[in-house]
Design a protein around this ligand. Structure first.
Ligand SMILES: NC(=O)c1ccc[n+]([C@@H]2O[C@H](COP(=O)([O-])OP(=O)(O)OC[C@H]3O[C@@H](n4cnc5c(N)ncnc54)[C@H](O)[C@@H]3O)[C@@H](O)[C@H]2O)c1
Length: 395
């Protein structure tokens, strides 16, 4: 009989829903050695927590995450809160001896990320995981397999972009546009994913960021209305106001990886026509691979050793059980999957790791995610000083 692990999830909005769905579904599709039990959901808003718990099947709910983290019944704390909360919540969870699954980026700042990495390294009991979920698209996991089989030979180029378009001038202020909560803008939010992807696919670490630029196109944003209780009545604050943005809307940087790989990265929240365009292309001496999340079931492969007359990009549908990682857990061939499946795949791997089994592809822990955070920091410093930054300078 499988063991169980009681989960406490902190945060109940976007990622709160994605993770809840993953815990709910995982056992229906995977044989996991440890079953997640949806024990407690913690959030800020008591009024919406009760219906949230009811809808997703959380047994308990509460607004004090500190009590939840200390609850002896909890085995794993899942952190789905804004970036500035990650360190405090992860440190509390680790000191209470819990396993921790934290959303990306590991933290808003390198300092916070370092505290988290060090606490995880010191702990004898806690296993740590970071939700770089795109590793678990079958097409991405398969691309890594092809690179490991040396299908590309020496890797020459990594060309990655993560473009969205929701951050135009009409988008109101939120934690995502404020440094004290987010750390950075499109960079920590989106570059974090493509840096992780580049490291995961090539197996290479970054050596140097040679140049970078960040831009804030929208300098201030409408402050969302706040409600106030006066004399038992809830009133909306009337006067419209604007709040300064102090993070980037877009970033671009150039880097060198181990082995001399030349890599370019671009992230934006204001690139109209690109809604969730997380695309990475890798060119090597024998061929190329390309993945694009908006067509996540496909991997593009070009084999330069094919005969010239018929050579061309192959569009591989990565839904074949036994051939493509994770595909066997889902539907018959060509019955495609989506965003939410990447989170279910990740929970399956976390539960495998807690049960002493190997995940289908490697899980990023705090030490691994810290390497991505160092690259984020190097790019920010390169942009600030208009100078190259060696990763050896970022401790
Ligand atoms: N892996 C991905 O694809 C992906 C996608 C989006 C966001 N994220 C990451 O997930 C994290 C959360 O992002 P989101 O989009 O879910 O944000 P969100 O704004 O939708 O939700 C944040 C939640 O955190 C709660 N919260 C904030 N402070 C809290 C506190 N002190 N105690 C308890 N709860 C608190 C809020 O009430 C809210 O429920 C961020 O780190 C973000 O970078 C990852």
């Amino acid at each position: 009989m499988a063991d169980t692990c009681n989960i406490a999830l902190i945060g109940q909005k976007f990622m709160g829903r994605a993770h809840s769905n993953a815990y709910l579904k995982v056992e229906r599709f995977f044989n996991v050695p440890v079953k997640p039990v949806m024990h407690t959901i913690a959030g800020l808003d008591l009024i919406s927590l009760a219906p949230f718990a009811d809808r997703w099947g959380w047994k308990k709910y509460g607004t004090n995450w500190k009590d939840v983290v200390k609850d002896p019944a909890i085995g794993l704390v899942d952190i789905s809160t804004p970036n500035h909360m990650h360190a405090e919540q992860a440190l509390a969870a680790i000191s209470a001896g819990k396993h921790v699954a934290c959303e990306k980026p590991l933290a808003g700042t390198l300092k916070d990320a370092r505290l988290m990495k060090n606490a995880a390294a010191r702990s004898r009991r806690s296993k740590t995981f970071v939700w770089f979920n795109y590793r678990r698209c079958p097409a991405v996991a398969f691309a890594r397999q092809l690179i490991q089989e040396d299908r590309l030979g020496r890797v020459f180029h990594v060309r990655a972009r993560y473009l969205q378009d929701w951050g135009g001038p009409d988008t109101p202020m939120s934690w995502r546009f404020q440094k004290k909560y987010a750390g950075s803008g499109a960079h920590g939010d989106l570059s974090a994913h493509i840096i992780d992807m580049a490291r995961f696919l090539t197996g290479q670490e970054f050596v140097e960021v040679l140049g970078a630029m960040t831009e804030t196109f929208v300098p201030d944003r409408a402050t969302p209305p706040t409600s106030r209780k006066t004399g038992g009545r809830v009133t909306q604050k009337k006067k419209p106001s604007r709040t300064k943005v102090d993070v980037d809307d877009a970033v671009a940087f150039v880097a060198r990886l181990e082995g001399g790989t030349m890599a370019t990265f671009e992230a934006s929240r204001v690139a109209h026509g690109h809604q969730n365009d997380n695309t990475i292309e890798i060119n090597g001496e024998h061929g190329s691979l390309r993945f694009s999340f908006e067509d996540m079931n496909w991997l593009w492969y070009y084999d330069a050793r094919d005969e010239k007359a018929t050579a061309g990009w192959r569009k591989i549908m990565c839904t074949s059980a036994g051939n493509h990682p994770y595909a066997g857990a889902w539907w018959p061939d060509a019955h495609i999957i989506g965003y939410e499946h990447t989170f279910v795949n990740m929970v399956a791997d976390i539960m495998a790791a807690l049960g002493g089994e190997e995940p289908i592809v490697p899980l990023p822990d705090f030490a691994d995610a810290y390497e991505t955070q160092r690259v984020l920091e190097a790019a920010l410093l390169a942009a600030k000083h208009r100078a190259a930054v060696k990763l050896s300078e970022i401790k």
